[in-house]
Design a protein around this ligand. Structure first.
Ligand code: ATP
Ligand code: MG
Length: 361
């Protein structure tokens, strides 16, 4: 897939942009705070209608402006063109999404029409951060690659909120009513996540090795229910924890408590991995994300690279480039604070400068 055009207004420091994106991608160079990450965030917003950095929509509105909009056009290998647009209004907190010019009824219908995978300094958080960050990683990958996942995830959250509300008020019988729908949705969500991990764990090890990591890397889905895809197993688990849940006033088991465990040499990388090893694992996860989209959506996502080549020695730069060439054959949009941070092999791409949120060619 490639992005052919991008228009942005009032999004962070991007006051107004109207860009045609070259088919082979582009390198955008600019100093700190000029809007490089904002530009990638605007593109990524077209996939999920949520911030790449986990920011709230209102924080994305340019200071002093009433709202923002972003519009992108993209083409896939079949040259089918799509246009995705989104408008957000600060005063009402209303977000409207357009697909080929027509307003969509449900936001979810337009999620993942444009496919992008971000690579950036914050990715290490996926490896080092809380389980919630890793669950979010899995949820994003599955939402844009597995039909029905997003809908079931939202159903799960809805049932969970209702069950928790009943538990908080001490209503045991009322809470039980939600055990069935919760178990059904939990089985789909946790079952999909576990299946994804099983499908890609070997590849994860290969990728870490390809980036120069000598220790064996592994992925594991950790859940209190081994048979994660079974609604019956989840239902039993919810029944079983009913009393404890009532005492705590919240649902203490479920896919919302699961984790993606990342091991290196048989040990949890969170506690024993070095900074460079965690970075390597994070990049491998992003590559898996890209390969998943390519396999299940039939088109390689746009790669959004935020200063990924910085800090790496030449050997690792070379390995990473080779890996991305194979795993992310789609369009690349690369941002970097200095020309020199972008390896020579990417130099043949058109090069733009960004200053104060404006592109200067
Ligand atoms: P670095 O090289 O340091 O990563 P960058 O070019 O990636 O820099 P961005 O994160 O894209 O920088 O942009 C940061 C700039 O955007 C800052 O100057 C910040 O003040 C500005 N900014 C952030 N949010 C808003 C907003 N809502 N309205 C206006 N400007 C904003
Ligand atoms: Mg930045």
């Amino acid at each position: 897939m490639r992005l052919t055009g991008l228009a942005v207004r009032g999004f962070r420091n991007l006051a107004g942009l109207e860009l045609e994106i070259p088919a082979e991608g582009v390198v955008v160079v600019g100093g700190n705070g000029q809007g490089k990450t904002n530009l990638l965030e605007a593109i990524y917003y077209l996939m999920l209608f949520r911030s790449l950095r986990g920011a709230k929509d209102r924080e994305l509105v340019q200071f002093g402006e009433p709202g923002f909009w972003v519009r992108g056009t993209a083409a896939d290998e079949t040259s089918r063109n799509i246009q995705v647009g989104v408008r957000y209004e600060l005063s009402t907190a209303r977000k409207v999404v357009f697909l080929d010019g027509a307003e969509v009824r449900k936001l979810g219908d337009a999620v993942g029409q444009i496919l992008a995978v971000p690579f950036g300094p914050a990715d290490s958080e996926i490896v080092s951060g809380t389980p919630g960050i890793r669950r979010r990683f899995l949820d994003v990958v599955l939402s844009v690659s597995r039909p029905g996942y997003l809908v079931r995830l939202l159903e799960f959250r809805h049932a969970l909120r209702q069950r928790n509300a009943a538990l908080r008020r001490g209503r045991a019988q009322e809470a039980r009513v939600f055990d069935r729908p919760l178990a059904e949705a939990a089985a789909f969500v946790a079952g999909s996540r576990r299946a994804w991990v099983e499908e890609w764990r070997e590849r994860f090890g290969e990728l870490c090795a390809a980036m120069g990591e000598p220790a064996a890397a592994d992925l594991r889905y950790a859940s209190q229910v081994e048979d994660s895809g079974s609604a019956e197993a989840w239902w039993e688990r919810f029944e079983h924890s009913a009393e404890r849940d009532l005492r705590s006033g919240t649902t203490t088991v479920g896919p919302h408590r699961d984790d993606l465990k990342i091991g290196l040499g048989g040990r949890d990388i969170r506690f024993y991995g070095s900074a460079g090893q965690r970075r390597t694992a994070a990049i491998a996860l992003r590559v898996l994300e890209a390969e998943t989209l390519t396999r299940y959506r039939g088109t390689a996502p746009v790669g959004l690279y935020d200063d990924v080549f910085a800090e790496l020695d030449e050997d690792r730069q070379g390995r990473l480039l080779e890996l991305l060439r194979v795993s992310l054959p789609g369009q690349a949009i690369v941002v970097a604070p200095r020309d020199a941070e972008v390896p020579a092999k990417l130099f043949d791409r058109p090069r733009w400068q960004i200053r104060g949120g404006q592109i200067v060619r």
